[in-house]
Each structure stands twice: as structure tokens, then as C-alpha cells.
Ligand binder design. Structure first.
Ligand code: 5AD
Ligand code: SF4
Length: 353
């Protein structure tokens, strides 16, 4: 595809109320190296025009490695007896938030498997306690499919944002990745429910999951267009020991970067992280993600004794930032490309004057 053709397609992303499937497909499959580079630079410019050279940071606390689900791709699936399980108590979580606050973080992300012991009531109580101690900081939850009553209770308790990747928008591909107890439509229903309750909502998909076709990614992009999430997290699939997909090849980092750029152009004000999965595949994945249009990094501040046990996939990079030194390293890496950490809450803003 020539640069002019690529520009015509980009123009569709920038202006069309709905992007036709064919346009997404051509952008995913027909760009040569020069075309991809062109898209990367455009996406970087869009990100800079909305966020300058600031990168938001979120303090990630992995609250439980127990999960009642059995997703075929995930190392924390319930039937993986080799997984190392832990759950944080309320005091651990509150202490982690204090550490995070003292390091300058203004967003806490509580992420965990669907652990029945960390019940809806318990979690709502933890959120209330964090809210009371940190009135001005944002609380993000990422604890799976919990149902409307729970989502309402978390919201009342003070949660602002919720991350729940749709994983894949294609029902058949979804059933290739999950047992029949889970469905793409159920997941999407949760996302619409979360939006209705006033959460800033994050969704996203794995790139290169086993059996994934270009047409599936096109469906993902069209689903995101309908959902209009405030945050979009995508990362390459990485095989995990103890899962049915342990011997499958990992997803493409290059395709992940291209998708970040396309999403940035389509969703100029979205909060898009450079994910840990990308950093696991590429040693400079975080920086490459930022240069492709991502504007968020989520350093892991889970207490050191538990960190590295949240093994959703093999060789997961530990971007541990429980210490000021590690944040300084991130800061230095960003400075090398002319960026800096932005410690503000980084709420979603439409960017319209
Ligand atoms: N490779 C990459 N990402 C994974 N996730 C789960 N397992 C894997 C894997 N093997 C992602 C899913 C999920 C999030 C917790 O991590 O997208 O939403
Ligand atoms: Fe549980 Fe999430 Fe892993 Fe599925 S992907 S097994 S829901 S932690």
C-alpha cells in the first residue's frame, strides 16, 4: 500500500462515524514497513497533541492469584495445580496503597483473579477504606465478571474505573479460548453495565491468541468502536505453562504495536497502556509502546514477597516499582525519548474544548 493510500485510510479512522471492516482489514494486513512507520509517527503525534510528552503511571497491586475460571490461555486458571496461589488481606492492600501514595502515584489498580474468598462485600469494604484514606486518588478495579449488584457496591464505595478486557469479540473464537461457562456476550454485557454505572471503563484483547484470524481482530476493533471505552489495554498472547496452550507460539509484538497506533488514531483521548506482555516480549517494549501512541505505564507495587507469583503467562516481566529507584529508572528511560512521568490522576478527558 502506498503512503497516499494509507493516508486515505487514516482519514477514515479520523472522521468516519463507523469504520468499515474493510478499512480495518487493509490497515492490519496491507501496510509495508514504510507504511507502518508512517502510521507509528502519526499515532505518536496524535498522542502528543492530547497528552504532550507526559506518560501517566498507575500503581498496580495484584490482590489475588486465585481464580475460579479456567480460561485456556491463563496460568492462573483454576485447574493449573502448579500455579502458586496467594491472596492479599485488607491490611496488605492498604499498606500497598500507602507505599504507592508515598511514591507519588495517584491511581491504584487492584487486579486479581475471580477469587471467591475475596467476596463482593469484602472488596467493597476494602475500596471504602482506600477511598477514606486517599480521597483524591483514583481507584481502579480489575477483578473480573462480578455482576451488577457488585459493580454498584464498588462504585458506591468509591471505585472510579474498571478494567475488563473483552479478550475477543468473536463468539466462536471466544469459545476456543474459554470453557462453555463463559461467553463473549456475557463479558460484553458486563462492560456495558460498567459504563452505565459511570465507571471509566477499560477493555481490550489479546493479540495472536491461538486460532486468532485477522477477521477476529477486525471484530475487536469494531466492538471497541461500539463500546467507546475510556481505556484500551492490548498485549500479545504469551504461552503459559500448565495450560492447554502452553506449546502455542506467542503473538506478534509488531502487530500489537500497529494496533496501539491504529487505536490511538481512532481513539485520540483514550488511555492506552504499554502493557507488561509487550514488555515481556520486547526488552524495550514499554518505550516502543509509548512511541507507538500508548500513554500509560502500570508499575507493579505488589508486596515483594508475592510479586512474581501472579503468573498469567511465562517469563512475565516484573516492572517492580515498589521503590523510588525503580521509578527513577522508568523516568530515565522516558527521558531518553523526550518523555516524562505525569503523576497526575490522568482521568479520561474528551479533549474537546
Ligand atoms: N498471554 C497474554 N495475556 C494474557 N492474559 C491472560 N493470559 C494471558 C497470556 N497467556 C491477559 C488477559 C487477561 C489479563 C488478566 O491478562 O487479556 O484479561
Ligand atoms: Fe482467571 Fe482472568 Fe486468568 Fe481467566 S484470564 S483464568 S478470569 S485470571
Amino acid at each position: 500500500m502506498s503512503k497516499n493510500d494509507a493516508d486515505d485510510l487514516v482519514n477514515v479512522l479520523e472522521t468516519a462515524p463507523v469504520v468499515p471492516a474493510d478499512v480495518w482489514r487493509m490497515l492490519l494486513t496491507d501496510l509495508d514497513d514504510a507504511g507502518k512507520e508512517h502510521i507509528t509517527l502519526l499515532a505518536r503525534k496524535v498522542a502528543q497533541s492530547h497528552f504532550g510528552t507526559g506518560v501517566y503511571v498507575r500503581a498496580l497491586i495484584e490482590i489475588s492469584s486465585y481464580c475460579r475460571n479456567n480460561c485456556y490461555y491463563c496460568g492462573l486458571r483454576c485447574s493449573n495445580s502448579a500455579a502458586s496461589r496467594y491472596r492479599l488481606g485488607k491490611d496488605d492492600i492498604l499498606e500497598s496503597c500507602r507505599v504507592g501514595a508515598s511514591l507519588g502515584f495517584n491511581t491504584f489498580v487492584l487486579q486479581g483473579g475471580e477469587d471467591p474468598v475475596q467476596s463482593d462485600e469484602w472488596l467493597a469494604d476494602v475500596v471504602s477504606a482506600i477511598r477514606a484514606e486517599h480521597p483524591g486518588r483514583a481507584i481502579t478495579l480489575s477483578v473480573g465478571e462480578r455482576g451488577t449488584a457488585a459493580y454498584e457496591a464498588f462504585r458506591r464505595a468509591g471505585a472510579d474505573r474498571y478494567l475488563l478486557r473483552h479478550e475477543t469479540a468473536d463468539e466462536e473464537h471466544y469459545s476456543h479460548l474459554h470453557p462453555s461457562s463463559m461467553s463473549a456476550s456475557g463479558r460484553q454485557q458486563c462492560l456495558y453495565e460498567l459504563k452505565r454505572l459511570g465507571y471509566q471503563v477499560g477493555s481490550g484483547m489479546m493479540v495472536g491468541s491461538p486460532g486468532q484470524q485477522t477477521a477476529h481482530l477486525v471484530e475487536d476493533l469494531m466492538f471497541l468502536d461500539r463500546l467507546q471505552p475510556q481505556m484500551i489495554g492490548i498485549g500479545p498472547f504469551i504461552p503459559a505453562t500448565g495450560t492447554p496452550f502452553a506449546a502455542e507460539p506467542h503473538g506478534s509484538a509488531g502487530m500489537t504495536l500497529l494496533l496501539i497506533s491504529l487505536l490511538r488514531i481512532r481513539f485520540p483521548s483514550a488511555l492506552i497502556p504499554a502493557t507488561t506482555a509487550l514488555a515481556t516480549l520486547l526488552p524495550d517494549g514499554t518505550i516502543r509502546g509509548i512511541l507507538a501512541g500508548a500513554n500509560v505505564v502500570m508499575p507493579n507495587i505488589t508486596p515483594a514477597v508475592y510479586r512474581n507469583r501472579y503468573t498469567i503467562y511465562d517469563n512475565k516481566k516484573s516492572t517492580g516499582s515498589e521503590s523510588a529507584e525503580q521509578l527513577t529508572l522508568l523516568s530515565n528511560d522516558l527521558a531518553k525519548i523526550g518523555y516524562r512521568i505525569d503523576f497526575s490522576r490522568g482521568d479520561y478527558e474528551t479533549g474537546e474544548e
